[in-house]
Design a protein around this ligand. Structure first.
Ligand SMILES: *[C@@H]1O[C@H](CO)[C@@H](O)[C@H](O)[C@H]1NC(C)=O
Ligand SMILES: *[C@@H]1O[C@H](CO)[C@@H](O)[C@H](O)[C@H]1NC(C)=O
Ligand SMILES: *[C@@H]1O[C@H](CO)[C@@H](O)[C@H](O)[C@H]1NC(C)=O
Ligand SMILES: *[C@@H]1O[C@H](CO)[C@@H](O)[C@H](O)[C@H]1NC(C)=O
Ligand SMILES: *[C@@H]1O[C@H](CO)[C@@H](O)[C@H](O)[C@H]1NC(C)=O
Ligand SMILES: *[C@@H]1O[C@H](CO)[C@@H](O)[C@H](O)[C@H]1NC(C)=O
Ligand SMILES: *[C@@H]1O[C@H](CO)[C@@H](O)[C@H](O)[C@H]1NC(C)=O
Ligand SMILES: *[C@@H]1O[C@H](CO)[C@@H](O)[C@H](O)[C@H]1NC(C)=O
Ligand SMILES: *[C@@H]1O[C@H](CO)[C@@H](O)[C@H](O)[C@H]1NC(C)=O
Ligand SMILES: *[C@@H]1O[C@H](CO)[C@@H](O)[C@H](O)[C@H]1NC(C)=O
Ligand SMILES: *[C@@H]1O[C@H](CO)[C@@H](O)[C@H](O)[C@H]1NC(C)=O
Length: 789
């Protein structure tokens, strides 16, 4: 079992685990303003020490801080707990979330009956722990802020916890905290979103353990509409969150006894800083602190499609999966613009101009077709009307806000009132929404002619410029002297020539890890791609030597280097030009044509052959070190060529730094990159596997913005034998099932954690050619191992 599935899978997560936040004994936790209270513990509120003004209480290890904070530019004040060391204040708990204070002149103290209370200026309790069963003596109580973020009210000399903030979470669930049901009091620990980023009062979205006693979490809108469920806990994962199988960050446990049932979790690595939040948008999000300890990385976000959240955008707004998720439909504007901008979308949108209802002042309402569906069907009442002309009927009835018609039938559905839950999506069912025509077609007819004139003017000027340009260019080409010399098969270019060939580096077509790429036209009329190297560290002689090595590499799936320029500190490489851009464009760019399965398989095979050539067949073994869709270029017939090989060597010493710091490549880096072990060609195999997964699925493996991690899903699906399940949905299942299965298995092998388990690129070629059968990847066995312990 040399290939045992160890802890890590996603490289970036590995790097996250490498965070070492030295929290213990930092001693820097001397709370501001608490110096006057020397002799008392800084982490405690007791009868002798209350909290006022800018004073704070800091946990023993200096991790958390309790005090006043104001989320809305000093207008309202709250008592809260946040991470002391993190500059962007991240509040994890709020005491008086519903009763803000106008300033910090109030006092948090132990009251006469042993409760922790917040008194305003006139000594009226604003918030309290509200215990009736305290021992009754104030002197015997104290509240201590612990290093896990828990504020605990105890009786002196006793370990009995009378009250703790972990039992009353606000929107955040911290490691060590419970989220469950007290069976005696029937009290449920609820995560409730903030209203918006400036208002901690309870918002519309909540998360709780099923009060009926099943082992699942449920998310509700306004306490009534359930929009997400975690699925039941099977001892390892929640059934609706299969990617938990590959989670190695959190250790979840479920505890069920006669008094209570709850989940708690911890991080396997006690240096990981993590939190779960019920977000203001209704998303349940998991965050991990990044390496610099100053920003949070989104690690997970549920439900996966934010548009599944009930009324996430409020009425007359349309939801999309991209940030910001909500936008007003045409003719409408946010009802509360300020709140809208803070992420509180539930107010929705209103008509820019109040509905005129029929004709008035020459204005009339119109109906705007929107490409949306009403995702929560029947969440608004619709009435079927027996009429041929749905639009006329709806226009005439002032309470009709929208109508819908199936393209296939004449049935006319009409709607009254607000319409929430609209989602951008193309359907046969078109919804027509009433809006003032002046909002839909601002300044319509009057401007039409002007617009036309403008367009004609612009077109003719552009045309003229193009003609002049062509003439000048031909002239220049004839007159310009050829200044290129040769170095072996490579041309040596003059910087000035390249500058003019690229029109002063004006047309950037790519930006790799080693520098930007520009399109250029050589004086002989050929198209080239010119790479301006950045961060090189070699002298001229060495550079020439390396470049001529690269120049000798010739393979149908490797991009051909045609020449270079090395002048002063400038280093440029001139490559053949590929007309169909890079693979990432075709896979991920919106609106790009979908690549057929045949083309994809061809790309997978071609690139595998190219890498195999680099790894074995050419004179010097060359590691690529940066295989990703951005570095796979496509020719006019979509035949693939790998670019950027050999550059790792050019970068020499600085290289590894470049690589590990470069953005965008992280998702393709083999785990050993981050563990500091020696790198072998098997690192390329890993990156190839990650790229292959994306080629199959048409999706990024990791989307940091939305926080989803694809390989987990993929591997789980592979385990279920649903190989076509991970196929790019745009292919609509049109693919060779056998090839898809083969590609999936190859990918599964390539991304094995252990280098020794990954095949060589030559083997990959054999697998993909079908010369050798490929078995199900080892991931399957190791997953079982993972589950069983
Ligand atoms: C706290 O407030 C006091 C008086 O208002 C002020 O003198 C002191 O500088 C403040 N401390 C900090 C850390 O802001
Ligand atoms: C304190 O709270 C009470 C009750 O909410 C209120 O009537 C009073 O005005 C508050 N005092 C101050 C100074 O805000
Ligand atoms: C809980 O049980 C009641 C009665 O059996 C049922 O009506 C309700 O839908 C259940 N709630 C959930 C969340 O399953
Ligand atoms: C939420 O529910 C309450 C009653 O439970 C209702 O009064 C309120 O209007 C609802 N909020 C929204 C935004 O619909
Ligand atoms: C996970 O937590 C449980 C206790 O809740 C503990 O027994 C177990 O050892 C932990 N697992 C790991 C791998 O740390
Ligand atoms: C349940 O509560 C009772 C009374 O508080 C206590 O004696 C008992 O130990 C508790 N059971 C568990 C499993 O914690
Ligand atoms: C969860 O709580 C139980 C009982 O209090 C405890 O034994 C266990 O260690 C906790 N697990 C985690 C992961 O915190
Ligand atoms: C983390 O765990 C290690 C080993 O159990 C322990 O030595 C260390 O003090 C812990 N660190 C923190 C911050 O708890
Ligand atoms: C709706 O979709 C069609 C086809 O994709 C597109 O032409 C049209 O512009 C879209 N309409 C709106 C309002 O977005
Ligand atoms: C207008 O539409 C509403 C709801 O569909 C209906 O109740 C009402 O009778 C209609 N009014 C007229 C005048 O048709
Ligand atoms: C419409 O016309 C008004 C006044 O002529 C002008 O202020 C406004 O900017 C115009 N709007 C558009 C969208 O052209």
């Amino acid at each position: 079992m040399g290939c045992k599935f160890q802890v890590g899978f996603f490289p970036v997560i590995l790097s996250l685990l490498a965070i070492s936040l030295s929290v213990s004994g930092s001693g820097s936790g001397s709370g501001s303003g608490s110096g006057s209270c020397s002799g008392f513990a800084l982490d405690t509120i007791s009868i002798d020490k209350s909290l006022k003004g800018n004073q704070t209480v800091v946990s023993k290890g200096g991790v958390f801080e309790l005090g006043y904070f104001s989320p809305d530019k000093l207008q309202s004040w709250y008592i809260g707990i946040w991470y002391k060391e993190i500059h962007v204040q991240t509040v994890v708990w709020v005491a008086n979330r519903e009763t803000p204070l106008p300033d910090t002149s109030s006092e948090l103290k132990i009251s006469g009956n042993g409760n922790l209370v917040l008194l305003n200026k006139t000594q009226v309790p604003i918030w309290s722990t509200d215990l009736s069963s305290t021992s009754g003596a104030a002197s015997s109580s104290s509240a201590v802020l612990l290093d896990n973020g828990n504020l605990v009210l105890k009786e002196a000399g006793s370990s009995r916890v009378m009250w703790q903030s972990f039992d009353h979470p606000t929107d955040t669930w911290l490691p060590g905290g419970k989220m469950g049901l007290n069976k005696k009091t029937r009290q449920n620990q609820l995560l409730k979103s903030w209203r918006n980023s400036e208002d901690p009062s309870p918002g519309l979205f909540s998360l709780e353990l099923d009060p009926n006693g099943t082992k699942q979490y449920l998310a509700y809108w306004n306490g009534s509409k359930r929009y997400w469920s975690s699925g039941e806990w099977d001892g390892h994962i929640f059934s609706a969150v299969p990617e938990m199988r590959l989670n190695y960050i959190y250790n979840f446990s479920f505890i069920d006894n006669e008094n209570e049932s709850y989940y708690n979790y911890s991080c396997y690595d006690n240096t990981t800083i993590a939190r779960f939040v019920m977000d203001v948008t209704g998303l349940i999000r998991q965050y991990l602190l990044n390496e610099q300890k100053q920003t949070w990385n989104l690690f997970g976000s549920l439900p996966r499609d934010p548009c599944d959240i009930y009324a996430i955008c409020g009425p007359f707004a349309s939801c999309s999966q991209k940030l910001p998720f909500c936008s007003c439909i045409p003719g409408f504007e946010p009802k509360f613009l300020h709140k809208w901008n803070l992420g509180e979308w539930s107010g929705g949108c209103v008509r820019k101009t109040k509905s005129q209802c029929g004709f008035r002042n020459g204005e009339r309402d119109g109906f705007w077709p929107i490409n949306t569906t009403e995702v929560w069907e029947k969440s608004i009442p619709s009435t079927v009307v027996d009429t041929k002309d749905c639009e006329a009927w709806c226009l005439a009835n002032c309470s009709c806000t929208a109508y819908a018609q199936n393209s296939g039938s004449d049935t006319c559905y009409t709607y009254t009132g607000d319409i929430p839950n609209l989602k951008e999506e193309e359907t046969t069912y078109k919804l027509y929404i009433r809006a003032a025509s002046s909002d839909l077609f601002p300044n319509s007819s009057r401007n039409e002619n002007k617009k036309l004139l403008k367009i004609i003017a612009v077109c003719s000027v552009t045309g003229l410029l193009i003609i002049v340009g062509v003439i000048l260019w031909t002239l220049w080409m004839k007159l310009a002297p050829r200044r290129t010399e040769m170095d072996g098969s490579l041309m040596i270019f003059n910087y000035k020539d390249l500058k003019s060939a690229t029109k002063n580096f004006s047309q950037k077509i790519g930006g790799g890890s080693f520098g930007s790429v520009f399109i250029g036209y050589l004086s002989d009329g050929t198209h080239v791609a010119i790479k301006k190297l950045e961060g090189h560290s070699q002298g001229e002689k060495q550079f020439r030597a390396e470049v001529s090595t690269i120049g000798t590499i010739q393979h149908i799936n490797l991009i051909q280097l045609r020449g270079f320029c090395s002048q002063g500190s400038r280093r440029l490489l001139v490559y053949e030009y590929m007309s169909n851009s890079s693979l990432n464009f075709h896979l991920f760019q919106e609106g790009a044509d979908c690549l057929s399965w045949k083309i994809r398989y061809n790309i997978a095979l071609g690139i595998a052959r190219g890498i195999a050539y680099l790894h074995g067949k050419c004179k010097d073994r060359i590691m690529h070190c940066d295989i990703k869709p951005e570095n796979i270029l496509l020719d006019h017939d979509f035949s693939p060529k790998l670019t950027d090989f050999g550059l790792a060597k050019l970068m020499s010493r600085e290289f590894s730094r470049v690589l590990t710091t470069m953005r965008g490549s992280k998702g393709y880096l083999a785990p050993e990159w981050l563990s500091g072990k020696a790198i072998t060609v098997k690192a390329d195999v890993y990156s190839y596997g990650m790229t292959l997964l994306e080629l199959i699925s048409g999706r990024r493996n990791a989307d940091w913005e939305r926080g989803f991690f694809f390989p987990a899903e993929v591997l789980v699906q592979m385990m279920d034998g649903k190989d076509l399940g991970m196929l790019d949905p745009r292919l609509k299942g049109v693919a060779d099932v056998e090839e898809v299965a083969r590609a999936c298995r190859v990918a599964g092998w390539c991304v094995q954690e252990g280098e020794g388990c990954r095949p060589s690129m030559e083997q990959v070629v054999w697998f993909l050619e079908g010369v050798v059968n490929v078995e199900k990847p080892l991931v399957l066995k190791t997953l079982e191992v993972f589950e069983d312990n």
